[in-house]
Ligand binder design. Structure first.
Ligand code: MTE
Ligand code: CO
Length: 437
């Protein structure tokens, strides 16, 4: 068993303004000072001070005056006490701000849907500003009739809504060789799960009429990176989807407004944003994003190509380095699991680094190719804990240990890291990213 302390990530991992001030001190007030881990509280940025005047039986000021009226917020925003719940980036990760990534704050989320404003962003050339009336989707290549659709044309097709996770193939790439980053936001936060509305790609392709020789499509984005990926026709006709809405409203600019491709269960890089063209062909195009990038370098120098499916994975989001344990006794652990092949079948939790496992409780809905929420109830008495979760899917694929992952694929890879994560809880309730093999 080898353990390595993570390199501390200095910038902004502290939660700001968590709004816990009142809740925490109120609990202390009521239960008479739960001798919780004070340093863990400090790490979470939680101040235990609250003006007793604000607590019952006193009547606080907000109960004595009118609140904000309905005209003040034509488009709502989260409470100011939740201002620490934001996407964050890692300074040293990419060279420029435009070709960059930020991370979903998984540790702060409940349920399975990622709020639109918290979905991680990955751009290769920044997010373009595209007026919808000037956007077109072109279909060309091996089709009976090349077509150009306006957004109004696309929206005339009968719509459908679907919930899917999107995970960047590079999620956890920094963790291949060992524990590095302090928080599941950084180690696992290149994933989001959204309800999309749009049209099956099949509907639009059939409108153009596929030639018999059609075996592949090429999807191309309208950003200046002109992101392009080859996708086999079977997948394109199976569950690929072109979406114009997310979580009930139009796509956010950073998620591909006004149109994006969904490739459910497959690596995020293929989910071309700002989708402007689909070419139909009889072989793959071998573009940059599927040759020099998004291939997996093995130990013997060969590289795996077209590694599309995102394998089964899970992570405990609370407790985690950004979510220390605040008290001893009864705890509800929270986590997320997902599989690019289908539905999650089960998740186990270990408190001793993988020696013993107990089943976690899956919350509904458990959807195919979507995030699945799990919980695990336990008691903590201040002992050292090595927390792990291990998910498997409906096809029997079990999330691997790092030893198995490294044996199969070496340590050169960046993409497709789905190894079992370990969080170490120390006596003060603080949580550290450590590596067990
Ligand atoms: N599409 C275009 N046109 N340009 C891009 O840079 N980035 C890809 C993909 N689609 C990208 C793109 C990558 S690598 C990922 S992981 C996902 O979009 C990220 O989607 P998100 O920004 O909605 O999280
Ligand atoms: Co990506």
């Amino acid at each position: 068993m080898s353990q390595k302390k993570p390199r501390p990530y200095a910038a902004d991992t502290k939660a700001a303004n968590t709004g816990l001030d009142i809740a925490v001190s109120r609990r202390r007030f009521l239960v008479g000072g739960a001798a919780a881990a004070g340093s863990a509280l400090a790490a979470a940025g939680v101040s235990a001070k609250v003006d007793l005047e604000l607590l019952p039986p006193n009547v606080p000021p907000w109960s004595q005056a009118l609140g904000v009226n309905v005209d003040q917020r034509p488009y709502g925003a989260p409470s100011k006490y939740e201002s620490g719940v934001v996407r964050r980036s890692v300074e040293w990760l990419t060279a420029t701000r435009e070709s960059s990534v930020n991370f979903t704050p998984l540790h702060e989320l409940d349920g399975i849907i990622t709020p639109s404003g918290l979905c991680f962003e990955r751009h290769h050339a920044g997010a373009p500003d595209i007026p919808p009336q000037a956007h077109r989707l072109m279909i060309n290549g091996l089709v009976a009739q090349p077509l150009i659709f306006s957004m109004a044309d696309i929206m005339r097709f009968p719509p459908q809504s679907r919930i899917y996770f999107l995970e960047c193939a590079a999620n956890g790439g920094m963790e291949w060789r060992g524990a590095q980053l302090s928080g599941c936001q950084y180690t696992h936060g290149m994933v989001h799960c959204v309800q999309y509305t749009g049209v099956p790609l099949k509907t639009v392709l059939n409108e153009a009429g596929l030639a018999n020789k059609a075996k592949w499509i090429l999807a191309e984005g309208a950003d200046s990176a002109a992101m392009t990926r080859s996708i086999p026709i079977d997948k394109a006709l199976d569950d690929c989807f072109i979406a114009y809405s997310m979580n009930g409203e139009r796509l956010r600019p950073e998620q591909g407004y006004p149109l994006r491709l969904l490739v459910p269960g497959w690596e995020g890089n293929m989910w071309v944003k700002w989708l402007r063209r689909i070419e139909v062909g009889d072989q793959p195009w071998y573009h940059r994003e599927e040759t020099s990038k998004y291939t997996d370098l093995l130990a013997d120098g060969r590289a795996r190509e077209f590694t599309w499916v995102m394998d089964t994975k899970s992570v405990i989001t609370d407790p985690s380095p950004q979510k220390p344990l605040l008290s001893r006794g009864f705890q509800v652990l929270k986590g997320l699991a997902w599989s690019g092949r289908g539905a999650i079948k089960g998740v186990d939790v270990s408190l001793d680094g993988g020696m013993n496992w107990k089943p976690a409780r899956l919350d509904s809905p458990v959807l195919t190719k979507a995030l699945t929420r799990f919980y695990f109830e336990w008691n903590w008495h201040g002992e050292n804990v090595l927390l792990q979760s291990r998910a498997w899917d409906e096809f029997g694929y079990v999330q691997p240990r790092y030893a198995d992952l490294h044996a199969a694929r070496g340590v050169n890879s960046i993409y497709h890291n789905n190894g079992i994560q370990t969080w170490e809880i120390d006596g003060a309730g603080e949580v550290h990213n450590v590596r067990l093999n």
